[in-house]
Structure formats: C-alpha cells, structure tokens
Write a protein that binds this ligand. Structure first.
Ligand code: 26Q
Length: 815
C-alpha cells in the first residue's frame, strides 16, 4: 500500500522553487553571473529539490527507528544510479513547479537535466539492478538501506578513435555532487595486514584480537532514494576511504614525511576507481581491499546501531536484520560479521554462526566459470589474516558436516571445500556465500534451474531448501513513466495512472490493440521518440537515421557470449544482399549497437572496431542508404538508454543459450513497446511466455540441444553449405572492411570458424537470419506490428522490479 501519511509539508522550510533556485544560485553557489550558466542552474535546482527531500528523509529514518521492525541491507560493489534530478522531481510530483521556475530563465527541465553527469558507479546489469531495487524498496516503503562504495572515478568514458574504443577517466565528483550528504560522525575504522593475537580474558576464557594492523578510515556519504509520491526517502550509504591519522603517525615517528604521504595515498586508493570488468575476475589485491572495506564498514555500521540500543544482547539480532549479497563481491561480510561478533562482542562461535547464516542471503548473477570469484589464500592471509582464520574454521566445520552426510566420500569433500587446493590455493567465494547464507537465488527461472543442476549441484543436494529463483525486474518509473512521457501520458489517458505502482494494470491495454485511434497515437509517439534518437545518432555519429525505417537495437556490455558478432554478420548479410541486388523483401533498417568493452578484453574491443569499420563502408555507400544504416553509439550509459529504449522497434537479445543469467535491458525495451528477437535464454524465456510466440521472434539452439551440437560443430562446413554465410565470411576474409588494415579481423574470423567456438555463432546464423526476415516482414505490415508493440507493453507487468522486490521481501527477507 502506498500512502501519503508521512508526506511532509515542507512549505515552512522551502519557499517557491523559483525563489529557492535564485537563492541557491546566488548564495549557496555564490554566482553573480550576468548570463545564467546552465551547469550552475542545474546545481541550484538540484539543491532546491534536495531541500524538499530532507524532511521526508528524516521522518522516514525516525519512523524506522520507532517501529524497530526488521531492516534489510543491500550490499553491492555497484549502484548504477544514472541521473537523479528528473527522478527526484517526478517522484516528488514537482514537475510543473520546476518547469515554471525554469521558464524565468528561458530554459526547460529537459535541457537542464542534460547538465547532470550520470552516477556511473557500476558496470552494467548487476549495478543497474541494485539501483532499480532501491527505487522499488522506497516505493513499496520497505526499510531497505543500500551499502556501497563512493568511487572517485566511476565507469570509464568511452570514445571512438579511428574505430577503436578509447577509455578516459570518469571524474564524476569533480564539480561536486549535490545529492550526497557527508556523515563524518559515522566514520568507521577498517583493519588491514597485521596478525591474529590470542589472549586470555579476565574471566579465563580464550579470545582473539586482530593486532598490528594498518588502518584505513571509512567515511560515509548518504544519498537519498525517494519513493514514488509516497513521502518515503530511503538511504544509499556509500563509503569513501580516507587515510587514518594513526596510519600517518607511525610513518611520522619514523621521521619520513614523504613515506607518510605515500601511505596516505595508498589508503585513499581503495575507493579511487570502479573495476571495469563485468564478466571475468582479475584477482587484483586492490579489488579485494575494496570488497573487505565495504563489508567491514557496513557490518560495523549496523552493529554499532544495534549495540547503541541493545548493548551486548544479540538474541534478537537475527530476527531484525537481513543482508542481501549482490553476487559474491560483498561476501567477506559473512566472515566479517563472524569476526565482529566473536572478537569484539565476545559471542561464542555457534551463536555467531547462527546469527550470520540466518541473516545472510546470496544472489548469483552468472554461470560463466571465468566470472566466479576466487581469491588466493596467500593474498588473503597477508591482507586479512584474521578473516582467513575464520574462513578456515568455517570450512573445517562445514567439511565435518559433509563427512557426516557422505562418510568416506573424499572426492565430494574436495569438490565442496571452500578452498580450492593446489600449488596456489584459492578461496571459492561463491561457496563461502552459500555456506554462510540461508538463501541462494538466481535471477531468472532458467538461470536458477541451471545453478541447481550444474554449478551448485552438490550444494543443492545438501540444502535443497536454500535455493530459489527471483526473476529480475526494472523500475517502471525510470524505465517507462519518466523516460517515455508521451507514451505514459497516452497510457494514463487510456487506463488511468495506477500502472505506475501496479504494472500488471498495463494488461488493460490489450483491449486497445484493435482501436485505430489508439494505435495511431501509439505509432505517432514511437515515431517522435525515434526522432529524438535520430538526433542523438546524428550528433554522436554523424549518420542520418530515417524514422520510417525499423530501428533495430542492441545495447549492452560487449561480450562474446552476448554475440554482437552475430548481429554484425546479419548486417553484413543485408549489405551483401543490397550489393547483389537481392532487394525483394528487403525492408529498410537502422541498426544501432552500443556498449563498453572491458579495457583488457581484446576480442570485445576488436568487435567494436569491426562494427565501426562495417558501419563506415555501409554509411558511405549511397546505393545502400535507402535500405540500411549502421552505427556504433559511443559511451552507452543509463541516460542514453532512457532515449534509446523509448525509440526502439526491435530489441536484440541474442546470447548463446544458457549464458545470459537474466538480462534486464530486454525488459526495458519490452515495456516501451519494442518487439524482441531473441534466444531461449535468461528472462527472454519469461518474456516470450508473457507476450506469446506471435509477438516475439524466437530463434536458435536451446540449452539442452547445445551439448550434442557442440560435439558435432563444424563451422567451416556450415559456412561452406550456407551460401549467405559463405558470402559474409568471404567479405570479412578478403578484407573488404579493412582494406588499409590488413589482417586486422583475423581473430574474429577464426572465432567463427573455431570448431570449439563456445558461443556457437555459426550454428545459430541461419536461424537468426530467418528470424530477422520474419521481423522485417512483420514490420512491413504496420497495423499488425503496432498490435505486437502494444502487446509487449501490455504484458510487461511481471518485469517490474516492484514484483521482484515483493518476492524478496516475502520469501527471503520475511518482512
Ligand atoms: C568481479 C571481480 C573483480 C572485478 C570485477 C568483478 C565483476 C564486476 C561486475 C564481475 C561481474 C560484474 C557484473 C556482472 C553483471 O552485470 N551480471 C549481469 O547481472 C544482471 C542482473 O542480474 C543480469 O541480468 C545479467 O544477465 C548478468 O550478466
């Protein structure tokens, strides 16, 4: 239930937005400009809006303290928030007043919002999911706090030079962040290095303390998370590393000033930069430091609040707390909670373990083996000796349990051990998360199924009840109501506005698929959204997109398993058809690909280069222009998706089956009336199920078919026997797209021809081309296409993160 009872009158504190805006401009920011500067206008508006959040924020916090109800903490190394201004304004229902105030300055909210940099504190899906979840928790008025890291540099900025990705730092805090509040009073101390010291308490009992450490301070910054028009404002607390005085003092005593400053740098490095790899781990010590830093600061923060109210009585702690681990990245929280309870609050192991396992819950986001975190025991021993002790002890007790269940089965013990043995033993973080949690969930039905059958099979046999599914969702506020105003206005006129907090209501749109006037409006809105995207493409790529053409879009991180390459092969195939005059049935398209490649991922970077080279050939050929445009949109991020998803006709979700855990872009496109062309993978399966096969272009091998096909896979034979694929490969191999860069794309050609190609590109080519032709034909019949588009929006209710969060709240958090 959404209510407004804690909606606070802020009138006493705030005047009109327009007068506050002026006050902040002149006094807070100290500007005396004759000519209004847009960057400062944005800031003054943001501060005016923030003022209006403050009172509700305080009240939300106070009411939580009074209620003493169970609280949930969402622990994540990433929160990909994007922009905050429009989101806050819309959630507070201040749009008209803000627009009115901006009119005095001859500008609009749309223009001012462009001044805000995205908060890019995440790589992609996992980070954006955390942001959507916080939005839903605030909207559902659930007592959920986010804990994360305040990276000085977020996700890198991508630009394209000579077709290649070039990264530059994203110094997003350079001009200050009007949305954050520093909370110096809540600073925590984080230990590193040192050793475990055993001692005897006064009462004769044995105790351990972590001594001889180098400490780093964790300084929190709070960001407000407003709910949708309900007076609730939750908190995202982001930790920044600051050198501690003691840290410096030691060095000063040694008399070396420069060493001291260097040490300060080392401490503050911890939160300097977000690691930009999203699908493989790198084993860097700094990343481990980040993970422990977040885990320790957050667990100390929660325990300090508890101890302030309850002293050393932890008997009720487990019933009042839940910690949701966003992948294994914050999993050291399991060991850290044990350490704090045992070493600092003097609980016995068994009580501490019961509290820990009852409060922790783990979400897995990947099946790719290279993305499973493992940390070298040697590294952990050195950096976090006391934590390593605890992990060994957890493992010993766990393996004893395994032995009881399967006596004498040493093979199974070896497989289940938290430590992967060998020359260089490693801690298996997913195993620590499973053993330390009461819930383990995947992020789409297929994914959760595959976890039980494959990766975590042994654990599933041991604890079948821990395992569950929570299919991802996205917030319908940002991803429909705010990013697609024209469409949401039409929906409001047609079925009312309850859908914003009850997305299943969109089902009522089904009735209008045969209403010509409704369909005409739907068509018109898509067209005008396409004009916005065409403007962006012109500005960023210098290519003219024609809004009559089908807009065919794939935006996501660049990875081989996501198969941007398959998309490129289709584009080359269309180009080839045009060049050889096979244009019957060929319907015009604008194809857009966007996304960042991890800086160390050579094949992904080469894929970007190939897109740009193919695009250059296609867009330079006047004979092709009436059928095909192709671009790579640089620096894909949250704020570009807000324009893109509203303007897309065809959504590309074409991963190799079993590789995409869920996908969430697929849901944003669907909500905005795009039709999916996709494989039977992740949440695509549930999208297909919701919208029906006539409104989805399904193709490709299924998970259960893959092993057999892999065994027999002979790409060169497929190429030989498929005239179209042969011609496409011919164009690639003869250097048609790299006349002056000979051999450049050999690794890509080799990948397609590789009989062990893990991504099975050649195997799915024919099915993909046929599905694409069906999509083209369908688009050509505009009336039925509109029905498909409406049906996609109408059946997207299940993919609201409100639904997902209700499931977490009920099944895992027990709120
Ligand atoms: C780990 C260790 C060291 C450095 C980096 C990392 C790291 C960072 C980010 C590993 C993975 C990620 C991000 C993964 C991710 O975004 N996964 C996606 O999660 C989505 C939300 O559940 C799913 O929809 C996608 O299918 C999944 O790929």
């Amino acid at each position: 239930m959404i209510n407004r009872e804690n909606q606070v009158e802020t009138d006493e504190m705030c005047g009109e937005i327009s007068s506050d805006l002026l006050r902040h401009y002149n006094y807070t920011l100290g500007r005396l400009d004759r000519q209004i500067q847009p960057a400062y206008l944005y800031k003054a508006l943001a501060l005016s809006i923030r003022d209006r959040l403050m009172e509700s924020w305080r009240v939300t916090r106070e009411q939580e303290e009074i209620k003493k109800s169970k609280r949930v903490f969402y622990l994540s190394l990433e929160f990909l928030l994007g922009r905050a201004l429009t989101n806050a304004i819309e959630n507070l229902e201040l749009e008209e007043e803000a627009q009115q105030a901006l009119r005095d300055y001859g500008t609009t909210l749309e223009d001012v919002q462009e001044q805000e940099l995205d908060a890019g504190l995440g790589n992609g899906g996992l980070g954006r999911l955390a942001a959507c979840f916080l939005d839903s928790c605030a909207t559902l008025q659930l007592p959920v706090t986010g804990y994360g890291i305040r990276y000085e540099y977020g996700m890198f900025h991508q630009r394209i030079e000579r077709g290649f990705q070039v990264e530059s730092p994203d110094h997003w805090l350079l001009d200050g962040n009007p949305w954050e509040i520093e909370r110096a009073d809540r600073t925590r101390t984080i230990k590193f290095y040192g050793y475990s010291e055993h001692y005897t308490h006064d009462n004769g009992e044995h105790g351990v303390r972590w001594s001889g450490t180098s400490d780093v301070k964790a300084l929190p910054y709070d960001m407000p998370i407003p709910g949708y028009r309900n007076g609730t404002v939750n908190t995202l607390r982001l930790w920044q590393a600051v050198a501690s005085d003691e840290f410096n003092l030691d060095e000063f005593n040694a008399g070396d000033y420069t060493e001291a400053v260097a040490a300060k740098n080392q401490a503050e490095q911890i939160t300097m930069v977000l690691y930009p790899n999203d699908s493989s781990v790198n084993g860097k010590a700094l990343r481990l430091r980040q993970q422990y830093f977040l885990a320790s600061a957050s667990m100390q923060d929660v325990l300090a609040d508890w101890a302030a109210d309850n002293g050393e009585d932890f008997s009720d702690f487990a019933s009042k707390h839940c910690f949701q681990l966003n992948d294994t990245h914050p999993t050291l929280a399991v060991a850290e909670l044990m350490r704090l309870l045992i070493d600092e609050h003097f609980l016995a192991w068994d009580q501490a373990w019961q509290i820990t396992t009852q409060t922790m819950a783990y979400t897995n986001h990947t099946l790719l083996p290279e993305a499973l975190e493992k940390w070298s025991v040697r590294l952990m021993q050195e950096l976090l000796p006391r934590i390593m002790d605890i992990i060994y002890e957890v493992n010993a007790r766990f393996l004893a349990e395994v032995t009881l269940r399967w006596p004498g089965d040493t093979e199974r013990q070896r497989h289940l051990s938290l430590i992967e043995e060998g020359d260089d033993p490693h801690v298996r973080m997913a195993y620590l998360a499973i053993v330390g949690s009461s819930s383990v969930n995947g992020v789409a039905a297929l994914h959760s199924q595959l976890l039980k059958a494959g990766l975590f099979k042994n654990f599933y046999e041991l604890w079948p009840n821990k395992f569950n599914n929570k299919t991802n969702g996205v917030t319908p506020r940002r991803w429909l109501a705010f990013c697609n105003r024209p469409l949401s206005n039409l929906i409001n006129e047609t079925i009312g506005d309850n859908w914003v907090t009850d997305l299943d209501k969109l089902n009522e749109l089904k009735k209008f698929t045969n209403d010509p006037s409704f369909c005409a409006k739907w068509d018109q809105i898509k067209k005008s959204n396409k004009e916005n995207l065409a403007d962006l493409v012109m500005e960023q790529c210098g290519v003219q997109f024609d809004t009559e053409y089908m807009f065919d879009v794939q935006v996501k991180r660049i990875h081989e398993y996501k198969r941007q390459l398959l998309n490129i092969l289709h584009v080359i195939h269309l180009y080839d058809r045009i060049k050889r005059g096979d244009t019957q049935n060929l319907k015009p398209r604008c194809v857009l690909i966007g996304g960042k490649a991890a800086p160390g991922y050579a094949q992904a970077k080469l894929t970007i280069k190939l897109i740009n080279n193919v695009a250059a050939v296609i867009n330079a050929d006047p004979g092709v222009a009436s059928y095909l445009k192709f671009v790579f949109l640089p620096n894909y991020r949250v704020s570009s998706m807000e324009v893109i998803c509203a303007a897309t006709d065809l959504s590309e979700q074409i991963s190799t089956a079993g590789k995409e855990a869920s996908g969430t872009g697929n849901m944003k496109f669907m909500m905005n009336g795009a039709v999916t062309i996709g494989t039977y993978d992740g949440a695509n399966i549930e999208i297909l199920d919701a919208v029906g096969p006539e409104n989805f272009f399904l193709f490709g091998l299924k998970v259960e078919e893959l092993p057999e096909y892999r065994r027999l896979h002979q790409p060169s034979q497929i190429i030989e026997q498929d005239e179209d694929l042969r011609r496409v490969m011919q164009l690639l191999e003869c250097g048609h797209f790299n006349l002056f860069e000979p051999g450049l794309f050999e690794p890509i050609v080799a990948a397609v021809r590789n009989p062990y190609d893990p991504w099975m590109v050649a195997a799915d080519f024919r099915a993909y081309i046929e599905a694409q032709q069906m999509a083209s034909n369908a688009y050509d019949d505009r009336t039925s296409w509109l029905q498909r588009s409406i049906m996609n929006t109408a059946t997207s209710g299940r993919f609201s993160s409100d639904r997902t969060i209700r499931e977490y709240a009920q099944d895992i958090w027990k709120l």
